[in-house]
Design a protein around this ligand. Structure first.
Ligand code: ATP
Ligand code: MG
Length: 157
């Protein structure tokens, strides 16, 4: 594996079936990165929530607008980025779904779940507008260290 092979970039159409495809790519990347099944599942759910947000809130279901999905495998963590062509949003302004007044709402929990499933969540604006959602998942103690170790060895060469 060389330096280039640690990055996976996918461009998805704003269509629900493409979100399934993006989730499947996430599963394969998470597996290759050495995450166990439980962690693979969490990564897939987090990616799906953000892809659906990009489709719904970002690109507003406009099939002409692409959604970018990228994965970078670092020696100690996986970084996933989802980019849309919408207006962007401020993560700090998103209401807490656990607040009493929101408890009975049937939506507004996606990003809360992403925070539970991943180690870090950040939202920025893209250079040409749109939301850039970045999520990080660190390898845990039961991670299959082989992949991470190989990457680290190559990095030091
Ligand atoms: N890509 C995005 N572009 C613009 N706004 C977004 C984007 N992602 C999220 N948001 C805003 O953040 C809010 C919270 O997102 P979250 O995923 O937590 O809930 P939801 O999508 O409204 O409902 P749920 O995910 O539970 O179906 C959204 O309602 C929307 O206002
Ligand atoms: Mg959502």
């Amino acid at each position: 594996m060389n330096q280039e092979a640690r990055r996976v970039n996918v461009t998805l159409e704003t269509k629900i079936e493409c979100m399934d495809l993006g989730e499947e790519v996430a599963r394969r990347v998470a597996m290759t990165a050495g995450f166990d099944e439980d962690e693979q599942h969490k990564i897939c759910m987090a990616v799906r929530e953000c892809l659906i947000n990009a489709l719904q809130h970002g690109n507003r279901q406009d099939p002409r607008k692409p959604i970018g999905l990228s994965f970078v495998l670092h020696p100690d963590r996986l970084v996933v980025q989802i980019r849309d062509q919408g207006k962007g949003f401020d993560l700090a302004a998103i209401s807490d779904p656990l607040a009493e007044k929101h408890l009975m709402k049937s939506s507004g929990r996606g990003l809360f779940l992403v925070r539970c499933f991943m180690d870090e969540l950040q939202v920025e604006s893209g250079r040409n507008g749109g939301a850039v959602v970045t999520m990080t998942k660190r390898y845990s103690s039961n991670h299959n260290g082989q992949v991470g170790a190989e990457v680290e060895k190559e990095r030091q060469q």
